[in-house]
Design a protein around this ligand. Sequence first.
Ligand code: FES
Length: 238
Amino acid sequence: MHTGTCARKMTWTCTNGIGSVVTIFASCTSASPHSAGTKIRLCEEPANYDVTLQKPLGLAFVERDDGAGLEVGEILPAGSAAADGKIFPLDLLLEVHGRDVSFLSFDDAMAALIDAPENCRLRFGRVRGRMAALRFSDRDSLVFARPGEALMPIARRARFDVDYQCYEGSCGVCDMVLRDGESGEYKAVRMCKSRIPKGLSSSLMPFDVLRPESEEAQEFYAAMAAKLRASRAKRQTL
Ligand code: FES
């Protein structure tokens, strides 16, 4: 775990190719264990991975949607999981010290964890496109959410200030630009109505939420306007 303050540098780098890596450095004063300095392999992420952790793990587990086994709900800042840095929210717990717990009930899987040695081997699985990591333009910590989740509550969770007026997607007061950190594509979003896109390929889907006045967003708007002008010009000459 990092403490204190360190230099801020935040970049998503992924080219859909082998060895694409996301590097995140941010202010280490944030409570999120993943805001300090984390390397996430985006496109070549192994589906399953092993860690050996000392108790207390600092992991909050929740029951899986299908009622079998556990998934990671939260990584607490104080714990060996945060220090290790490999585990992310929504990762599935598959094995505890060599024992398959993937089909056990929540209680039985928790019992296996409690019975495991102090220094226990754990196997986790990460399912592609199951989790998104959002970085809000003037916030230091990452927010993890499921694809398809509404952006407005996620922004509130991140304490990202957004002005709202109609809450119906018609006034445009809450406009932002969403950048897909994997493909590099931009998309205009209305925070009150938009959701995290689904169906992308990487196991951890990275997005940046940019304020409309930011340089990047302005470039995107200018490109959109130019595209619109070009399409109008074509229509006129047909
Ligand atoms: S608050 Fe009006 S479009 Fe979102």
